[in-house]
Structure formats: structure tokens, C-alpha cells
Design a protein around this ligand. Structure first.
Ligand code: SF4
Length: 89
């Protein structure tokens, strides 16, 4: 169990680092993935301190912006990003 938590932390750090300085391909990849999230019924939105927040209710990730920049396939838990990933990765 501790190992999984450690991996989660490592993954989260990797996702955040990826999103801080994305190259042009990552920006396009992220934009296309987030278009899919925007029409997905599993995207949960709420407001916190006048800022719109959102997360994926399937994987529970609250940092989908960072996750959407990953140059890896199969990141969406329902594989809804497959066509975009096959086109770009
Ligand atoms: S990551 Fe996948 S399941 Fe989650 S909100 Fe986006 S499209 Fe929907």
C-alpha cells in the first residue's frame, strides 16, 4: 500500500513538471484531450474561492491539466483519449 502511495506521489510530481513547461506538441495534445473531458459526464466541476475547479470522478484526479500533458497512452481511465493518443503519440 505504501508503495502505491509513493508511486502516486511520483506520478503527480511528473504530471505537474510536465505541465509547467510544455512543448507545442504537449499543448496540442492537452487541448485535444481536454476537449473530450469537457463533454464527458465524468467531469465534475465545483467552485472554490471564486475559481472553477474540476476533476475526473473515475480516476479521482484533480489535476487533469497536468495529466493531459503526459506523453503516454492510456491515461484516461475509460480510454476516451485513445483516438487523440493514437493520432499524436
Ligand atoms: S479523463 Fe476520461 S473519464 Fe475522466 S473526465 Fe476525462 S474523458 Fe472523462
Amino acid at each position: 500500500m505504501e508503495n502505491n502511495n509513493f508511486m502516486d506521489i511520483q506520478d503527480t510530481i511528473k504530471w505537474v513538471m510536465n505541465s509547467l513547461n510544455p512543448d507545442i506538441e504537449q499543448r496540442i495534445l492537452s487541448s485535444k484531450r481536454l476537449e473530450i473531458c469537457n463533454i464527458c459526464p465524468h467531469k465534475i466541476e465545483w467552485e472554490h474561492e471564486n475559481m472553477l475547479q474540476w476533476r475526473c470522478e473515475v480516476c479521482g484526479c484533480g489535476n487533469m491539466i497536468a495529466k493531459s500533458h503526459l506523453k503516454s497512452k492510456g491515461v484516461c481511465p475509460l480510454d476516451k483519449w485513445r483516438d487523440v493518443e493514437n493520432e499524436m503519440l
